[in-house]
Design a protein around this ligand. Structure first.
Ligand code: FPP
Length: 242
């Protein structure tokens, strides 16, 4: 296997990278394997990309690991994904502790199977003191659902008298989203070539740079990640200005 370039040339590093990890099913199909094998390989890519973030000093990485819509998949696949997630967390938590990674999660986490929720909370708790990369897993996550939950939370604050209606602006509303503790993503990567947002971080990616690659997620390696970051560095971000 070719050695990965040390990425020393990368000077402009996005603070927050968000990724739509797509193409696990196609990767497996191309090899005549069950879809779950694609997801298993996809979990390996998660490890590689997390490491790549550490190499160049990305502060936040958000991964779209399971969408609100993914519940519609066959039960067998959903169960396999939940098992994989639980295994991943159990196995990787000691590594995350060593690598100074802080795990977080966003989404309607109460929808996840009980054992999965418990493992997730254990992993979050056990990495909570880490100060390196913040790895945020989007689980049972939908952007529209998040905005709706945010609206409900905002209304509640107003009704309880904690907030005046006239004070509501985009910054205040952002504080009612699941992502209230994190900066907005600077770079959004999607693998497997689809040109869609698929209900991911609808509010937060307003000014993110998009990078779409035809590579399927299980094939996406560190060098692919660095290439996306280099491309980000070549773009000029104007945030609506001139
Ligand atoms: C999309 O591929 C991927 C998913 C729905 C799940 C992503 C899950 C993983 C990468 C593995 C587990 C994650 C963690 C954090 C342990 P797809 O099945 O939609 O692929 P297709 O479009 O080719 O069918």
């Amino acid at each position: 296997m070719a050695a990965t370039a040390p990425a020393k040339d990368i000077k402009i590093v996005p603070r927050h990278v968000a990724i739509i990890m797509d193409g696990n099913g196609r990767w497996a199909k191309e090899r005549g394997l069950p879809r779950t094998e694609g997801h298993r390989q996809g979990a390996e890519t998660v490890r590689r990309v997390t490491e790549a973030c550490g190499d160049i000093g990305v502060e936040y990485l958000t991964l779209y690991a399971f969408s609100s819509e993914n519940w519609k998949r066959p039960k067998r696949e959903v169960d396999a994904l939940m098992r994989l997630l639980e295994q991943f967390l159990r196995k990787k938590t000691p590594e995350m502790r060593e690598q100074n990674i802080r795990l977080q999660a966003i989404g309607r986490l109460h929808d996840l199977p009980k054992t999965c929720q418990e493992q997730l909370h254990r992993s979050i708790e056990s990495t909570s003191q880490n100060s390196g990369l913040t790895l945020i897993l989007a689980l049972s996550y939908g952007g529209r659902e998040e905005i709706l939950d945010g609206v409900k939370s905002l209304i509640e604050s107003i009704e309880r008298g904690h907030l005046d209606k006239g004070m509501v602006d985009t910054d205040v509303f952002s504080k009612h989203l699941y992502t209230r503790y994190y900066p907005d993503p600077d770079l959004l990567i999607r693998t497997s070539g689809e040109l869609r947002l698929s209900n991911f971080l609808l509010w937060q990616v307003s000014y993110a740079e998009f990078y779409i690659t035809p590579k399927l997620w299980p094939d996406f390696d560190k060098e692919d990640f660095f290439e996306a970051v280099r491309e980000y560095g070549r773009r000029q971000r104007r945030f609506g200005g001139v």
